[in-house]
Design a protein around this ligand. Structure first.
Ligand code: ADP
Ligand code: MG
Length: 399
């Protein structure tokens, strides 16, 4: 995939209607936004477009309404917050690309901003239905994609619409692609990847591609137990993807053939049960990874593993991290994740963190500003690292 894409700075937007796909999939509680981080992150592109005389039509999905209008997933809360942040009224259409959207879009003056209703209120969105793509395109003259977190999906508002409009990226996607594209294309070495977390099946696929690129691959978190099982260890009641045991065995072989160092936990923090509540008190002990007793589950990496992983991260020149090392929501089980975050923060390397929970962990622990780049996309950043073509980026014009 060519990562050298045109951005808003490479085209003339003055007087043009610009449809800008943002990631306004913000967390809400009882109808209130609990973090406006994603809205704030979209401001540079929106401000640039306004300052350069575009008529700005924003769109996004929120949650999973499955093609139906769901009042609790209306983007109205986002329009209100945007109005506050921009200091201008952001009008919101009652529909996605219907009569109301058309009317409001036609009324826009240069520098005005409006927001379409949740794109996933229409069934065609997630099916990349040409009818919806075309209706969206009819509202505008130019398409700008700035939703990195959705760029791995071929939906109408993320990719399909680019079949009908000249398409470029906004600043967020430009930054993501710039930093991660460079790290992958020509990484400063040693290049170390650290994988963890709980979405085992999703994430195991990335390993095959990473083994082509990295010098060291570190596996912790819930991911590790399928590997430990592949080594013939019993893993008790730990997270395990039985169908992937053979795959993990193949990956260990591939690592050896490629001369890639594959580091797995040498010791493990275990407990009888998953903590409930997740941050509640829990009784744990640490055992060697080949000695997890029957009826126990591994919930964090042990102290020796923390040292091993931190050492590898510290001596790297490029580090990519996706997925916590343990159930970091619980203070007793956060030590592995803290150790890795600390190692990245202390490292001189280019450090890239992807994945919602890993990013949250870095922020909660106060390490965020010591990381080179925290990606806004979990799934998207993983697929990027996997070397897959992201439809929301592939559809943009090359420079
Ligand atoms: P990310 O959002 O960074 O991509 P995931 O969503 O894949 O990461 O996984 C995050 C979750 O993984 C966290 O909620 C954490 O509690 C859980 N987790 C980490 N290690 C384990 C483990 N050993 N067993 C069960 N869950 C784990
Ligand atoms: Mg997650």
């Amino acid at each position: 995939m060519n990562y050298n894409k045109k951005s808003v700075e490479d085209i003339d937007v003055k007087g043009k209607r610009v449809l800008c796909r943002c990631d306004f999939n913000v967390p809400t509680k009882e109808g209130k936004i609990t973090s406006d981080k994603r809205i704030v992150a979209a401001l540079p592109t929106i401000n640039y477009l306004r300052e350069h005389g575009a008529k700005v039509i924003l769109c996004s999905h929120m949650g999973k309404p499955k093609g139906e209008f769901k009042p609790e997933l209306s983007l109205k809360v986002v329009a209100d917050r945007l109005s506050e942040l921009l200091g201008v009224e952001v009008k919101m259409s009652k529909d996605v690309a219907g009569e109301d959207a058309k009317r409001l879009a036609a009324e826009l003056k240069d520098g005005d901003v409006m927001l379409l209703e949740n794109t996933r209120f229409i069934k065609g969105e997630t099916k990349n239905d040409p009818e919806l793509s075309k209706a969206l395109a009819d509202l505008a003259d130019i398409f700008v994609n700035d939703a990195f977190g959705s760029a791995h999906r071929a939906h109408s508002s993320t990719a399909g619409v680019a079949d009908y409009l000249p398409a470029v990226c906004g600043f967020l996607i430009a930054k993501e692609v710039g930093i991660m594209g460079k790290a992958l294309a020509d990484p400063a070495r040693p290049f170390v990847a650290i994988l963890g977390g709980a979405k085992v099946s999703d994430k195991l696929n990335v390993i095959n591609n990473l083994l082509e690129k990295v010098d060291t691959l570190i596996i912790g978190g819930g991911m590790a137990y399928t590997f430990l099982a592949a080594k013939g260890y019993s893993v008790g009641t730990s997270l395990l993807d039985e169908e992937k045991i053979d795959y993990c065995r193949d990956m260990m072989k591939k690592a050896e053939e490629k001369g890639v160092k594959l580091l797995l936990p040498i010791d493990t923090v275990i407990a009888k049960e998953f903590p409930n509540p997740i941050d509640g008190p829990i009784e744990v002990e640490t055992v060697p990874s080949d000695a997890i007793p029957e009826g126990f589950m591994g919930l964090d990496i042990g102290e020796k593993t923390r040292e091993l992983f931190a050492e590898a991260a510290k001596s790297a020149k490029t580090v990519v991290w996706n997925g916590p090392m343990g159930v970091f929501e619980n203070p007793t089980l956060a030590k592995g994740t803290i150790a890795v975050a600390q190692a990245l923060a202390d490292s001189e390397a280019v450090t890239i963190v992807g994945g919602g929970d890993s990013a949250a962990a870095c922020e909660q622990l106060g390490f965020a500003d010591k990381i080179t780049h925290i990606s806004t996309g979990g799934g998207a950043s993983l697929e990027f690292l996997e070397g897959l073509e992201l439809p929301g980026i592939a559809c943009l014009q090359d420079k």
